[in-house]
Design a protein around this ligand. Structure first.
Ligand code: CDP
Length: 227
């Protein structure tokens, strides 16, 4: 498939809607780079956890986050890798601890300013599929198409459960569901760039769709704006 026009594609949506897997596959199909911005907020959370910052105190969190240089790169499969002060820490980003704390860190306006500036820099040359919560509404307002990927809470919690079930410490479904409900709530009610579809986003409900079906639908949408 050829993509002759769009330079940035935004995919937003709640936790475990499939943004990462679908966004990466779409990027490969159309020869674009891929950036999972959630990994950057996760990295900030790892830094704060390692520094034993006080999660109820914004200054303590910011002190920790601002001390480190967080760099996002593409891996061999197009996946997002994160380096902190030059060290690859990607494998520590998807722990249950990070899952439960990341929304508190991502709600801090100054943390968002730092991340958004870095994300815009990475998108400056175009040819990128960027996934997150605020890509279409804030980070890349000129992105085309803007896609809002979603599914109901139970479907998303089950998907995350299946993803995690082979890990040594895998939480029960109920725990994942509760943490996800909480994360959805914080993400969509925060003051700084809350999670919501951009007014010009196409909403794709993925409850009864396979990954391949979603990728196919997204390709149609990309073709629609570029042909
Ligand atoms: O993979 P999953 O959808 O569970 O989460 P993620 O995309 O890795 O994002 C983790 C958290 O980072 C989200 O719950 C948000 O709190 C935050 N985030 C954000 O605020 N803005 C973004 N552009 C991306 C993630």
């Amino acid at each position: 498939m050829h993509n002759n026009g769009a330079t940035a594609i935004a995919i937003d949506g709640p936790a475990a809607a499939g943004k990462t897997v679908v966004g990466n596959k779409l990027a490969k199909k159309i020869g674009y780079r891929f950036l999972d911005t959630g990994m950057m907020y996760r990295a900030a959370t790892v830094v704060a956890l390692d520094a034993q910052a006080d999660f109820n105190d914004i200054d303590s969190l910011l002190d920790a986050v601002e001390q480190f240089e967080i760099e996002a790169r593409s891996g061999a499969n197009g996946e997002t890798l994160i380096l902190i002060n030059g060290k690859d820490i990607t494998s520590s980003l998807r722990s249950h601890d990070v899952d439960s704390q990341v929304s508190a860190v991502a709600a801090i306006a100054r943390v968002r300013e730092i991340m958004v500036a870095a994300q815009r820099k990475l998108a400056a040359d175009g040819g990128i599929v960027m996934v997150g919560r605020d890509i279409g509404t804030v980070v890349l307002q000129d992105a085309r198409p803007k896609i809002y990927l979603t599914a109901n809470l139970e479907t998303r919690a089950k998907r995350r459960f299946l993803e995690m079930k082979d890990l040594p410490e895998h939480p029960p479904l109920e725990e994942i569901l509760t943490a996800m409900r909480m994360r959805d709530k914080i993400d969509s009610s925060r003051e700084a760039s809350p999670l919501r579809p951009a007014y010009d986003a196409v909403i794709v409900e993925t409850d009864n769709m396979t990954v391949e079906e979603v990728v196919h639908r997204l390709c149609e949408l990309v073709n629609g704006v570029t042909s």
